[in-house]
Design a protein around this ligand. Sequence first.
Ligand code: ADE
Length: 244
Amino acid sequence: MALKKITYLSLFPGMIDQGLSHSLVGKARQAGSVELKFVQIRDFATDKHKSVDDTPYGGGAGMLLRADVLFQAWSSVTSLEEKNSESPSRPYTILLSPQGKTLTQGLARDWVHRFEHLIFVCGHYEGVDERFIDACVDEELSIGDYVLTGGEFAAVVASDVLIRLIPGVVGNTESVSKDSLEGDLLKAPQFTRPADFLGRKVPDVLLSGNHAKIEAWRKEESERRTRAKRPDLFARYESGKKLS
Ligand code: ADE
């Protein structure tokens, strides 16, 4: 199983569509490797002002997205029966929120292979009525410890990470497996022409044509870089090595 479809519930779907229309992700959409669908939450408002948010009970700052409006939008894509079913192909609903689990390469890889259809719910304003989260959301996802004005950019970031992991989207599968962070190590430094730039030469080993030596050099550089720049990742890598 691999991810095939992402549906976005948002008040600003154009922000997401535009962010995911270029480069490899744009090509993946055109080639049909992934289908992106957009649901405008406001289309499900019921009053004449088309309101989607309201003030919090008990007082407090800002406005909250209403559970009933969000539920109608969500129900245009799936249902509570489907959510509570055991079907492996049921959509999996994710709320973008700074309260969620932090996105990592490992989490993305797991989701790409576990789910065919993800629903990303993008909150805006101060937040979302908790009852919608209880009833409909499977998991909350954060892209880092900072607060965005809404979930749209977070959805773009998460989608970009996920879509490039769909088999066939990145032409050279080796380039995905050699990514920075796959296997807990950063990438070795990389060079292209010219061989001399401002007097800085490309390391001789890379011009040697000796693939075994080049691989060994890259591994060593990856480890050296990770130890220097990301001691947290290096510690994880070291403990992983001891386990295997
Ligand atoms: N919405 C607001 N801030 C966010 C964050 N850091 N990650 C995901 N969604 C968000």
